[in-house]
Design a protein. Sequence first.
Lengths: 563, 165, 417
Amino acid sequence: MKPSEILTPIKQRYGTAIQRIDRLDDRRLVLHVDAGALKSICRFLFRDLDARYIAGIGADDRPYSGRFMVAHNFAFDRDGLLASVLAMLPADAPEVDSIAGEVPAASWSEREFHDLVGIVPRNHPNPKRLVLPDGWPDRVHPLRKERPWNDRPDGYDEDRPFAFDPAPPGCVVVPLGPFHPTLDEPAHFRLYVDGEIVRGCEYRGFMVHRGIEKLAESVLTYNDIPMAAERICGICGCVHNVAYAQAVEQAASIPVPPRAEYIRTIMLEIERLHSHLLWVGLAGHILGYDTLFMHCFRIREPVMWIAEKISGNRKTYALCLIGGVRWDITPELHDELDQVLNRLEAQWRPLVSALLEDRNLRRRAAGIGVADRALIKEQGLIGPVARAAGIDIDCRRDHPYAAYDRVDFDVILAQDPDVWGRISVRAREVFESIRIIRQCLVKLPAGLLQAPIADELPIGRIGMSSVEAPRGESHHWLITGENHRPRRWRVRAPTYQNLQGIPAMIRDQRLADMTITLGSIDPCFSCTDRLETVDVRTGAVRVCPPEELRDRLRQRWNEPTTP
Amino acid sequence: MQDLLFYVFAAVALIAGFLAVANPFSRNPLASALFLAVALVAVSGLFVLLHAFFLGAVQILIYAGAVMVLFLFVIMLLDLREEQKRRARKVAAGLASALALALAALISAAALAGGGPADPPALEGGARALGRALFTDFLLPFEIVAVLLVAAMVGVVWLSRKEAA
Amino acid sequence: MNMEGILALTGWGGLRWVGPVELFERGPVWLRDWAVGWLPEGAKVWAEGLIPAVAVLAVFGLLFGLATVAERKLLGRIQNRPGPNRVGPYGWLQFAADGVKMLTKEDVVPRSADRVLHFLAPIVMLAPVALSLAVIPYGRDLVAADPRCGLLFFFAVGSAAEVAAFMAGWSSRNKYSLLGAMRAIAQMISYELPLVLSALTVVMMAGSLSLVEIVEAQSGYWWGVIPRWHVMTPWGLAGLLLFMAAAAAASNRAPFDLPEGESEIIGGFMTEYSGFKYAIFFMGEYFGMFAVSGLAVTLFLGGWQAPLAVLEAAPSYGWFFLKLGVMIAWFIWVRGTLPRLRVDHLLNFGWKYLLPLGALNLLVAMVWRGLGGWAFPGAGAVRWLACLAMIGLPAILWGRLLMRSRGWGPRVYRYAS
C-alpha cells in the first residue's frame, strides 16, 4: 500500500481537520491535524486501519511556534509506513484529549508528557505520575525550555513515598524491587498476592536518573548525541546509536555510504547475538538452571571479544556519527569475525537442540506470561514477545534501514504466546543473525565510511527511525534545531511498550512465575527510564564522604520504622 | 542417671506446658504453640525413659512434627492481633480450672491407691512385636482409626475441591 | 543405647597381634575403648555416649567442608568452568576460607524480628539432623546408637526441620521469608510421605526397624557374586529411585530448592540470616543431605557391606563412605542437570506420582516375596522381570500421562495501568 492509499480514507473522513500532510519520504508521513480531532483520528488509525501504536511525544515548541506540540506515532507494518499524527496546542492551556481510553498502548506516553512537558491528557484513565517522583513539585516540568538542564527545583521532597493504589481485598502486598536478585536494574513492582497467586500489580519505575533527552536538547551537539544515546542501554546501546543517527540523516536527507550501512548492519547483528545469548542464559538462571546460564556465557564471550577488536570496546561501540560510521571492518577482522561466527554456530546449534527438547524446561516455561494477540495489539507489544505469539512483525523487514533490504533472512515466529515461545524465538534468532552477518561480510562494498557533510543541517525537520533492537522496536523521533542540536528528541525503547503488558501477563499466575515473566520481555529499565528527569544528583556531582554516609545510616537506624 | 533425666524431662514438660497455656511474657499464640512443641518433645523423652522407643518416636513424628505444623498454619491464618486482645471468658476459665482440678485429683488418687507402676510390657519398637500387637489385641481400634483417617482424607479432598471450583 | 555388645566383643586390656585387616576394621572401636579405659568408673557411661557423638560430628563436619568444595568443583565441570581452585591444593581448602568469611561477617537481625526465635531457628534446624546421624551404621559395629526403632527415630527427629523452617520464616518478619517457609513446610510434609513409604518397603522385607538389622539382612551374595543388597531386586531398585527423588525434595536440594529459589523469593526463610547463623542453616542442609544419603545407602545399597566377597578385606566403614560419596555425587549431578520446579509442579509430582508409585512398590515387594516359592528352572529371572514390569510399566505410563501438557487457555485482560 502506498502512502496515498492510507491517506485517502483519512482525508475523506476528516477532511478539514487535517491541516497539512508532509511526506518525509516514501515510508514516513506526518499528519498535522487539529487538536480537537486528534483522538478521533488516532482511534481511526488504531482500530479501523489496524495500525500499531508506537509512541506519544510531547514537545515544548513555544520558542519557535509559540505553542506546545503533541504527536502520536503509528506504524503500518504490512505497508512499511511510519506515521506521526501531530497537533499543536495553545501555550496558555496545553491540554489535549487523552487517547489512552481508545488506544491503551498510549497510556504511559501520555503520562510521561504530562510529567515532563506539562501537557495535560484530559480524561486519562490512570492519571498518576509516571516519570517524576511523587515528591517532585507540581508545575515544574523538566523538559520545558525555560528549565535549565541542571535545574534543582525548590520544594523537592526526596523522602516522600510513592502514593500507591489500595490493595484489592484479601490480598497481601509483596514488594518486588527496587532491589531483587533477578532485577539487574531498579524498578518496583508492588504485587498483590493471594497465597502464591498474583492478582495484580502496580509499577513504579523510572528510578535511573539521567535526563539524556534534556541534555541532548540543551547541551550536546549532533555528533555528541550518538555517544550519549548508546549509553541509554547497557546491552542494546548500538541500537540507539544507529537509530538516532538514522533519524537525523532522514530529517536532513543525508545519504549514507553503502559500506557504512553494511557495517551498521553487522554491528547491530553482533549486538543481537550477544544480547540473545545473554538473555537465554539469564532465563536459565531465573528458572533455576545455572548450567544453561554458564554455557550461554561461555559461548557468548568470543562475540564480545570480536566486538572489542572491531570497536575497541566490549560494549558502547561508539559506532555512528551523522552520515557514517567510525570503525571499519578490515580484512583481518573480516576473517576473524567469520571464525567467531563458525565457532558460535557450531556451539549454539547443539545447545539449542538440547534446550528446545528439554521437557522439564518446556513444562516450566509453557503457559506462563501469556500475551495473546489481543493483548499485543492493545498494549503495542513488540519484538520477540509479539513474534512468539505468531505476529509477523520485524522492523528489519517491515521498515528496512541500513543494509537490511539487501540481505536475506527469515523472521522467526512461534505459535506459543508464552515464555516458552519467547525462549524458542530468541534462541533461533541467533542463527538468523549469523546468516545476516555472513551475507554482509560477503557483500561488503568498498567505499567511504563517512558521507561528507558540508552545510549546516536544516532546521525544523522531523525525523523518525525504527530499529529492531534485540528486545523489539526502538523508535527515535526528533526535530532538528538550532545550535547543532535537535529541538526535541524522543526515544521509545522496546521495554517501554512491553512493560505495559506485564500487569496483564502476570495476573492470576503464581508468584514463582513473576520473575520469569518479567524476564521474558528481556526488560531493560535503563532504556525505559532514559530520561527520568534532571535530578538533584545529576545537577551537581557531590562527593559524599564516608563519615556522612555512616551518620546517615545511623540516623536511619535510630529512627523508628513503621510496621 | 535415669532418675535425673526423668526429673529434667518432667520439669521441662510441666514448665513448657504451663507457658503454652498461660505465658506471662507474651500473649502471642505462636509462642504458645512452640512451647507446646517443647512440652511434647519432653513427654517423648519420658516415653523413651520407659523404654517405649516406638511411642517416643511416634510422639515426635506425629505431634511435634505434623500436628504442630498444622497448628502453626492455622494460627497464621487467624488474625493475631485480634487473638491477643481477646480476654478469657470467666465461665470458660472456671470450667477449665474445675476440669484440671478433677484430673489432678484422679491422678493423685490413682497414685496413692496403687502400689507403684506395674512393669510395662517391653514394647521397644521392634517391627514384629508391634505388628502382632496391632493386628491381634488392638485390631478393632486400629481399623476404626484407619476408617476415621480415610474419612478425614476424603473430606479434606472434597472441601478443597469445592473451594477451587 | 546398645553399647554392651560392642564392648564385650573387643574387650579391654589384653594386647594381641592383629593383622592389618582386623586393625583397620576394628580400629575405631578399639580407640574408643582405649580412651574410655582411662576414665574413672562414673564417667565411663557418659564417655561411651559422648565419644561416638563427637566422632560423628567431627567426621561429618569435615565432610561438610569437603562436600561444599566438591559440589562447586563438580558443578564447575558440568558447566565447563574450573570451579574454586585458589585456596589450598587445587582449591580444596576453600571451605576453610568460606568458614572464616562466614564467622567474621556481621550478624544482622532485622529490627522487628522476634529475636529469640530468630536465634533459635538455625539451632533447631541443625541439632535434629545431627541427631539423626546417630542411628546410621557406618561400619560393622560402628553405630552411635541402635534403638529398636532406628528408622522411626530417624524420621521423627527429621520432622523438626519443618518447625525450624517455620520459626525462621516467621521470626524474620519478612514476606519473602514467610513465603519461603510456607513453601518449605508444604514441600517437606508432602515429600515425607513417599520417603517413608519407600523406606517402609524395606522394613517389610527386612522385618525390622533397626538399621543395623536392615544392613545385616542384606549380607551375602547370590551365586557368590551379586550382593544381596535390596537395590538388586526390582522393588529395591524402584524404591531407591523413589527414595532419592523424595530425599532431594525433603532436603530442599536442587531441583527442588524452591524454598530458597533466589530468583523468585530471594533466600526463602534464610533471607534475613547472615554470617554464622546462615552458615548453620547451610550446614544443616548439608547434614540433612548426608543423613538421607546415608539412610539410602543403609536401606538399599547394603550399608557397609562390600560389593564382592574378595573385597571384604577393606574396612567396612570405607565401603559405607564410598557409597555415601556416590550418593552425594548423584545429588550434585542432578543439581547441575535439571531446572528448578515450580511449586505446584513440585506438589503434583509428590502427591500424584511418587506417592502412588510408592504404594504400588509396597505391593510389588509383597508379590516378590510371594513368588519366592517358585522352584522351576529360570524362576528367578521370571520373578525378577515380572516384578520389574509391575512397577516399571505403571511408572512410565503414569509419567507420560501426567507430563501431557495442558497448554494455555483463553485469558481475560483488564487494561488498567
